[in-house]
Design a protein around this ligand. Structure first.
Ligand code: UDP
Ligand code: MG
Length: 317
């Protein structure tokens, strides 16, 4: 049997300080795997420039000129890391590969773990997910929100393992299945865990960022998390229904009790603080529920417009 063609996908946004050394280092890893007979010599690297404003794209073009195993595309503007990943997955499916691995341009993930990804793939897994050994390189705030997010997602029924990352291998078969999902706001971590293909896990160490700054801030991480939840689960909507029903039942009982007291004991009302308290609690719950509904309407709105996921500017083949 011929060796598998591996495509390595790297989303890059203003990574001029990292991209060249990252590509060189990944070739060291790939050549090692080729020498061991684990992957085909036709394996390649695919870079997606997510609308960088620095010289990232020029560096990618130069790398492509000297080595045609470096391919890539440039977005017309910044579309975000998920879209860049999706574009990479679409592109390598079109170019052709047996499996692909996505990794960050700052090479925070241990690149030598790719060998274990390939082994699992060759033992029949269609998806191999990377699990971080620790989050030591993340700030306290990022760690805490990540824990909250994964816990919420698991309660909502998306079986995403803790400390999951976008460092993963997917097979050609998984790429073909992904191409049949028309939704524009696909949440990759949820999708690949839900699709039902044989999945295995590889632990890897996280290193500090090589150079440059993290491209994520609190707002973009919140956006990713909310999109992850609302594009993936309708459990919050069901929760509102159950909550609403419980509240109505509670209101009915309090109502009956009040009427009962009025008729049989003729008590004058003396519950000012109770009223204020209930108003605040009910008002808060209602606004929260309206907010959840709004998130879903927003999601429907974005999907209904069916705008393209991303717009390509230039492609290097
Ligand atoms: N990235 C991207 N588009 C963006 C933001 C980030 O393609 O809008 C890329 C970035 O270049 C890197 C990866 O996504 O390759 C992860 O980003 P980063 O390392 O900044 O995130 P962190 O490791 O801090 O979570
Ligand atoms: Mg990083």
């Amino acid at each position: 049997m011929e060796n598998s063609v591996l495509a390595i996908i790297i989303p890059c946004y203003n990574e001029e300080l990292c991209v060249e050394s990252t590509v060189k280092q990944l070739f060291v890893v790939m050549n090692n795997l080729i020498a061991k007979g684990k992957i085909s010599a036709r394996s390649y690297i695919y870079l997606i420039d997510d609308g960088s404003t620095d010289s990232t794209w020029d560096i990618i073009c130069n790398l492509h000129k000297t080595n045609h195993h470096v391919k890539g595309l440039k977005f017309i503007r910044n579309f975000g890391n998920q879209k860049a990943l999706i574009a990479g997955l679409d592109a390598v499916r079109e170019i052709g590969c047996d499996c692909c691995v996505s990794i960050d341009a700052d090479l925070q993930q241990d690149e030598w773990a790719i060998e274990r990804f390939i082994e699992k793939f060759q033992h029949g897994s269609d998806i191999v997910s990377g699990i971080r050994n620790s989050r030591n390189t993340d700030s306290f705030w990022k760690k805490a929100t990540a824990v909250l997010f994964y816990k919420t997602m698991n309660i909502l029924g998306a079986n995403i393992p803790m400390n999951h990352s976008d460092y993963r291998l997917v097979s050609k078969r998984a790429l073909d299945i992904m191409a049949e999902y028309p939704e524009k706001y696909l949440f990759l971590r949820g999708f690949f865990n839900d699709v039902g293909l044989k999945t295995s896990y590889v632990n890897f160490d996280v290193k500090p960022r090589k150079a440059g700054k993290s491209k994520f801030n609190f707002v973009s991480l919140m956006g990713l998390a909310l999109n992850g939840i609302t594009s993936f689960s309708i459990v919050p909507l069901r929760f509102i229904t159950v909550l609403g029903f419980a509240m109505a039942l509670f209101g009915l009982l309090v109502g009956i009790e009040t009427v009962f007291e009025k008729i049989f004991y003729n008590n004058s009302p003396n519950g000012w603080s109770t009223i204020i308290l209930l108003m605040c609690v009910f008002g808060g719950i209602q606004l929260f529920c309206v907010g959840i509904l709004g998130e879903y309407i927003g999601q429907v709105f974005k999907e209904v417009k069916a705008r393209p996921r991303y717009i390509k500017d230039i492609e290097l083949k």
